[in-house]
Design a protein around this ligand. Sequence first.
Ligand SMILES: Nc1ncnc2c1ncn2[C@@H]1O[C@H](COP(=O)(O)OP(=O)(O)O)[C@@H](O)[C@H]1O
Ligand SMILES: Nc1ccn([C@@H]2O[C@H](COP(=O)(O)OP(=O)(O)O)[C@@H](O)[C@H]2O)c(=O)n1
Ligand SMILES: [Mg+2]
Length: 209
Amino acid sequence: METDVGATTSEEANGSRAEKKPTVIFVLGGPGSGKGTQCAYIVEHFGFTHFSAGDLLRAEIKSGSENGLMIKSMINEGKIVPSEVTVKLLRQAMEESGNDKFLIDGFPRNDENRAAFEAVTGIEPAFVLFFDCPEEEMERRILNRNQERDDDNIETIRKRFKVFLESSLPVVQYYESIGKVHKIDAARPIEEVFESVKAVFTSINEKDD
Ligand SMILES: Nc1ncnc2c1ncn2[C@@H]1O[C@H](COP(=O)(O)OP(=O)(O)O)[C@@H](O)[C@H]1O
Ligand SMILES: Nc1ccn([C@@H]2O[C@H](COP(=O)(O)OP(=O)(O)O)[C@@H](O)[C@H]2O)c(=O)n1
Ligand SMILES: [Mg+2]
């Protein structure tokens, strides 16, 4: 029987009314698979705010932060920066954005990243987009990328591929095991890849209606 009409909930009464958690989609795939490129299109069409973990780390180096040198040397070695640093940057960026729908690209890159984000934010991704692309194609794309990144040289690229296989693919496999992965064939022209991406977002929106 409904007897509490007009009453405050216990959450309101103690001042800690739970806010709705933001929607987060993780965008994963090897280096050069097209994560950043596709995120730009998703933002245009579906109103998400996009954060690239790599971009946030590069901005942190530029800002002259005390972690800058450590981050720079890890990126140049293709290694994964400790989650403490990356999760803090992501959380700050999300808070400052004012939006509640996020595409997080290039994160989580290992199990430590995944567990730390969940522990700190309490957020689990709505789903995960995984851009599947052969290494030769990713290598070709990175070597043509022209973003003047210190890590876009053949020696570091090979290290990044190794880290991707050893540490990042297991995260994708974890999300696959709980049915959250939408795998996209990323070895096609940009527009064709986006057609598949669009189909994923459209079907999710329809489910919500
Ligand atoms: N489907 C595609 N076909 C060919 N080149 C692509 C495709 N998607 C992205 N690129 C190009 O490949 C490079 C890497 O793409 P980017 O989006 O930066 O990948 P990631 O963020 O996964 O490393 C960029 O120069 C981009 O313009
Ligand atoms: N979650 C993350 C993401 C990136 N990084 C670092 O940043 C580098 C570049 O990441 P990125 O996502 O910009 O690279 P791409 O996959 O876009 O080529 C990685 O090789 C790591 O050294 C990290 O340590 N942790
Ligand atoms: Mg990128």
